[in-house]
Design a protein around this ligand. Structure first.
Ligand SMILES: Nc1ncnc2c1ncn2[C@@H]1O[C@H](COP(=O)(O)OP(=O)(O)OP(=O)(O)O)[C@@H](O)[C@H]1O
Length: 479
């Protein structure tokens, strides 16, 4: 690994890095930073926990120190928690500059944010939706002079997942100068390379870590094959084992829905495990508070949806458990990347049902890594099975008595209104689609049924014929 000073960084920055325990550059830093310092656009693809954030923060700070003004740099990132984490890196490394940053994310007060933007901070770190709202509704700030546009988790910002950022990105790109440096980073850039190239227009410098595998060597990747109904018992058993065997440990458990996240949190708490949750149906202040409690080890277990899958850097996390097998290898890579960061060791355990085996094959093919079975004393799991399932059911009933589902419905309606859609019309359209789908399904089933009936009839006919011929032969022989 190269010394930071050899890469063209100023002494003050090298000193600042040293104070944070960073003395040598990681490969993504060693390769991307000189190109950025030369003024080139850059696309960096390196494994999780490999120091991509500092790879863009350090050159931006160096350039900012040479010509300080606001707004100098805009960083876009898909989640609010990640925006705070990136802003913190800028703040800590840029302390000697007296750096002023501003975080623009949803769920926080818009008026305060507008005021901060009008004060021309050096660096703005934002999630696309809220920044686009400010651009649409206010003319008290300008981004016409920015020198750097950075897309962290760039592939996520461009894909049309459950949160689609593309429209907001269009709004933002319209107010940015064409002459700027654009930097794109992620652990999974390659699938969206073409779209990304249309954003980083100036023949970007592209660097990808050369490695056969797409996950880090320090990560021990395991799976447990389990029937759906025994999953929670395995989960409780695993956590109990980790609690018994380790003093200083933290676990992130990923699950697929906000509701499941809530139920699992209640269930693990019923077993007295220090558990806290993070999902998009929580109020933003609660999200930040919960993450802070987990980071400071007040709570050792975080149950989260994929809102926590990307970017979060919590060094104490030694174990990641996938309560559901991720449907996409990309999501798996980011989830398990919350452990084994910056050269540390870590374990990931994926709970796999018989219906998920093809997903595991796809993950293995994509990551070029074979998942190994995690050994478990099945007897011990079966011993707690009934107790765990009863507790889960109790938690489900408790949650049903709250307004959780209602809140979800209200959130959905709010989202549709924000997207300019009529929630009632959408509900009608959905119901109609569902009706058509169910009619199609019924029709298909009917056809299948008829085909089967025909087949059965043919078979019966054949058998009858066989029987008849046999009987005829017997009769002939008799005569
Ligand atoms: N040169 C370095 N030497 C030692 N530690 C470093 C260095 N650069 C960064 N780090 C530390 O490594 C950790 C991971 O860095 P970072 O969060 O930037 O990873 P990343 O590549 O962005 O991961 P992800 O893809 O998950 O977002 C951080 O705690 C950071 O402080």
């Amino acid at each position: 690994m190269a010394k930071l000073s050899a890469l063209g960084l100023s002494d003050w920055l090298v000193k600042q890095c040293r104070q944070l325990g960073i003395s040598r550059a990681t490969p993504v830093q060693e390769n991307c930073m000189p190109a950025i310092l030369q003024g080139r656009d850059c696309m960096g693809c390196a494994k999780t926990g490999s120091g991509k954030t500092a790879a863009f923060v350090l050159p931006v700070l160096q350039k900012l120190s040479e010509d300080p003004y606001g707004i100098f740099c805009l960083v876009l990132t898909p989640t609010r928690e990640l925006a705070y984490q990136i802003a913190e890196q800028f703040r800590v490394l840029g302390k000697p500059l007296g750096l002023r940053d501003c975080i623009i994310v949803g769920g926080m007060d818009m008026v305060t944010q507008a005021l901060e933007l009008s004060r021309k901070p050096h660096v703005v770190v934002a999630t696309p939706g809220r920044l686009a709202d400010h651009i649409r509704s206010s003319n008290t700030f300008s981004m016409k002079q920015i020198q750097f546009l950075i897309l962290d988790e760039a592939d996520r910002l461009l894909e049309q997942g459950c949160t689609d950022f593309t429209k907001d990105l269009e709004v933002i790109l319209q107010v940015l100068p064409a002459k700027r440096q654009t930097l794109l980073f992620s652990a999974t850039l390659t699938d969206t390379l073409q779209e990304l190239k249309s954003i980083a227009l100036n023949k970007p410098f592209f660097w990808e870590s050369k490695s056969e595998t797409r996950t880090v060597e320090e990560l021990d990747q395991r799976y447990i094959l389990t029937p759906e109904k025994v999953k929670d018992a395995y989960l409780v058993h695993l956590i109990q084992t980790f609690t018994d065997e380790h003093d200083d440990w933290s676990i992130i458990i990923f699950t697929n829905t906000c509701k499941n996240c809530q139920i699992l949190t209640m269930m693990l708490r019923a077993f007295n495990f220090p558990t806290i949750s993070l999902h998009s149906m929580m109020k933003q202040k609660q999200r930040f508070a919960n993450l802070a409690k987990f980071k400071s080890s007040v709570y050792k277990i975080l149950i989260a949806t994929d809102v926590a899958a990307r970017g979060l850097d919590i060094p104490t996390v030694q174990v990641v458990i996938n309560h559901n097998t991720p449907g996409l290898p990309k999501i798996y890579i980011h989830r398990v990347g919350r452990t084994a960061r910056a050269g540390r060791n870590g374990v990931s355990i994926t709970l796999v049902t018989q219906y998920d085996i093809h997903l595991v094959h796809s993950i293995e093919e994509h990551t070029q890594t074979k998942l190994k079975e995690y050994p478990v004393e099945e007897e011990e799991v079966l011993q707690i099975l009934t107790q765990v399932n009863v507790t889960r059911r109790e938690c489900e009933i408790k949650l049903e008595s709250t307004d959780f589902d209602e809140k979800k419905e209200i959130n959905k309606r709010k989202q549709l209104i924000l997207e300019g859609k009529d929630p009632d019309l959408e509900a009608k359209r959905k119901a109609e689609l569902e009706k058509i789908r169910s009619q199609k399904k019924k029709f298909k089933e009917k056809i299948q049924e008829n085909i089967q009936k025909q087949k059965n009839a043919q078979l019966k006919k054949k058998l009858m014929k066989k029987k008849y011929i046999k009987k005829k032969k017997q009769l002939k022989g008799f005569v």
